[in-house]
Design a protein. Structure first.
Length: 153
């Protein structure tokens, strides 16, 4: 089943890959790896998902924001690989950054929003190493940012 078909089965749609807003590129391919720059949480309508976990967002909303970051990572991967998701050997690592209050400690649960999507799309090859970190602020006030490293065929 294709990535598009799996997403459709999940009731999700691949967004257009977002253009960078500063001096960086969305992806770098080197030595069989694809590094994907941090992708921030955009809603399906293109608006930013803003908020601070532990203040004005709950874990479920944070998970949805992380899932939206993962969808944008998939969009960037698709753009980098000319739509050939068959080149993805496995998801190696995710870095998940959660804007939160100092006493919020559920970053791993929020990060599962991204992790679960990669496993749903790539199966066993979607299982990955991960860091889930709480931070006081993220670009544009978004709730979550996720970066990724993927191994390519």
């Amino acid at each position: 089943m294709s990535v598009a078909d799996k997403l459709k089965e999940l009731g999700l749609e691949l967004p257009a890959a977002a253009a960078p807003v500063a001096s960086y590129v969305p992806t770098v391919e080197t030595d069989g790896l694809l590094y994907v720059s941090g992708q921030i949480s955009f809603a399906a309508d293109g608006s930013l998902i803003k908020g601070r976990l532990g203040a004005d967002m709950d874990v479920a909303a944070g998970q949805k924001a992380a899932e939206r970051c993962a969808l944008m990572i998939l969009a960037q991967v698709g753009a980098a690989l000319g739509g050939n998701f068959g080149r993805v050997e496995r998801v190696v690592k995710l870095g998940v950054f959660v804007q939160c209050t100092p006493d919020f400690t559920d970053q791993p649960e929020v990060a599962n929003g991204a992790s679960d999507l990669f496993v749903a799309v790539f199966g066993e090859a979607g299982k990955h190493a991960r860091a889930a970190v709480g931070v006081p602020a993220l670009p544009r006030g978004v709730a979550v940012e996720v970066d990724a490293v993927l191994q390519l065929r």
